[in-house]
Design a protein. Structure first.
Length: 136
């Protein structure tokens, strides 16, 4: 098995992020934004939930940013499967769709953080930072 370790600035281990979104423009913007953060590296991208699960199993990211509405397998289905396969993997649901019922479904799938695509970039970065902080 090949293990890839990347080092961020000042030799510290980088935190890796997997982006799963069907829109290539969104993935590009997210990659550029997230890689501006010190010590963060986007380790991969996927365009649907099925591909996202496969890449998460291959790449072992520190966090996944997961879109809700995607072809092949939507983010909610992917989140449920990810939580079964990789229960300790933090996932941020990044979506345009926010209703009370949908939030409850996302939370019941084991996702603790939901960020609206309408929120600022800072909201997504702050959410990821909170998930990456070591438990005390």
């Amino acid at each position: 098995m090949f293990l890839s370790i990347s080092f961020g600035r000042k030799g510290a281990l980088s935190k890796t992020i997997l982006i799963v979104d069907d829109n290539p423009a969104i993935r590009k913007i997210l990659r550029e934004m997230l890689e501006r953060e010190a010590g963060w590296k986007v380790c991969g991208e996927a365009s649907n939930g099925r591909e996202g699960i496969e890449k998460a199993q291959q790449l072992h990211p520190d966090v996944v940013v997961l879109d809700l509405s995607m072809p092949v397998m939507n983010g909610l289905e992917a989140a449920r499967e990810l939580k079964q396969l990789l229960p300790s993997l933090p996932v941020v649901m990044f979506t345009n769709f926010e209703t009370h019922h949908l939030k409850q479904e996302i939370l019941s799938a084991g996702i603790k953080v939901i960020v609206s695509k309408d929120d600022s970039a800072k909201a997504l970065v702050s959410s990821i930072q909170a998930l990456l902080k070591p438990a005390s």
